[in-house]
Design a protein around this ligand. Structure first.
Ligand SMILES: Nc1nc2c(ncn2[C@@H]2O[C@H](COP(=O)(O)OP(=O)(O)OP(=O)(O)O)[C@@H](O)[C@H]2O)c(=O)[nH]1
Ligand SMILES: [Mg+2]
Length: 194
């Protein structure tokens, strides 16, 4: 069976840019959110990578629209559960905390956190790709990653979680941390006894 690695995340966080880095398949990327409309797949070896549409168009999406995309993602994971090897949840590390704060001030659970918990509850192996690290100054990187970990229920420091969180910059082609986690996962799949 061909297994899937699925990229999910809010609109505009860089999923399609990362998809291109991982698969060599160019898909439309854009400055406006909502560029990717349907799940898009590309095969590399015996793995299908899946680029999903983003949830929560940042500025003008209604609550109902956000719920609709969330439902689409949840449904995709439920229907494809047997072939999903791993979920890669992509966030824009440079804006994640501001957005999460805003939601929490409104008394809502940020979508990112809801989806992260959903994946965990469903028993999927998931990794957080903290993208756009190039936008964070060097001195602030560790702190930003620690805070992201904390929000997702992983006790900081983030360096304890290098199998769960991968700081990357898809646009700069700096995705080694994520590729490392993926190769490890694929290797254990191929030799489950190890
Ligand atoms: N600074 C910076 N910009 C990035 C990075 N990765 C992607 N971008 C930019 O972010 C914007 C959105 O990228 P996409 O790859 O289209 O994002 P997406 O998550 O696929 O968006 P949707 O399809 O709308 O869900 C583009 O302008 C990219 O060039 C990164 O690592 N650093
Ligand atoms: Mg896209």
């Amino acid at each position: 069976m061909v297994q899937e690695i699925v990229l999910i995340g809010r609109s505009n966080v860089g999923k399609s840019t990362l998809f291109w880095e991982l698969t060599g398949t160019k898909v439309r990327v854009g400055k406006r959110p909502g560029i990717t409309q349907y799940p898009f797949k590309a095969r590399v070896g015996d793995i299908f990578y899946v680029d999903m549409p983003g949830y929560g168009f940042m500025l003008k999406a209604s609550h109902a629209d956000q719920e609709k995309t969330k439902d689409l993602i949840v449904q995709y994971f439920e229907e494809h559960a047997p072939e999903i090897l791993m979920a890669v949840q992509v966030v824009d590390a440079s804006s994640f905390l501001d957005i999460a704060d805003r939601w929490e001030k409104r008394g809502e659970v940020p979508l990112e956190i809801e989806i992260w918990e959903f994946l965990d509850d469903m028993g999927f192996d998931s990794v957080l790709a903290a993208n756009k690290m190039d936008r964070i100054t060097k001195a602030d990187k560790d702190l930003a990653l620690d805070l992201i970990c904390e929000r997702l229920g992983m006790l900081p420091p983030w360096r304890q979680w290098t199998d769960k969180i991968a700081p990357i910059s898809a646009k700069r082609g700096d995705v080694q941390a994520l590729k490392g986690i993926i190769s490890k996962k694929v290797a254990t799949k191929n030799s489950p006894g190890l």
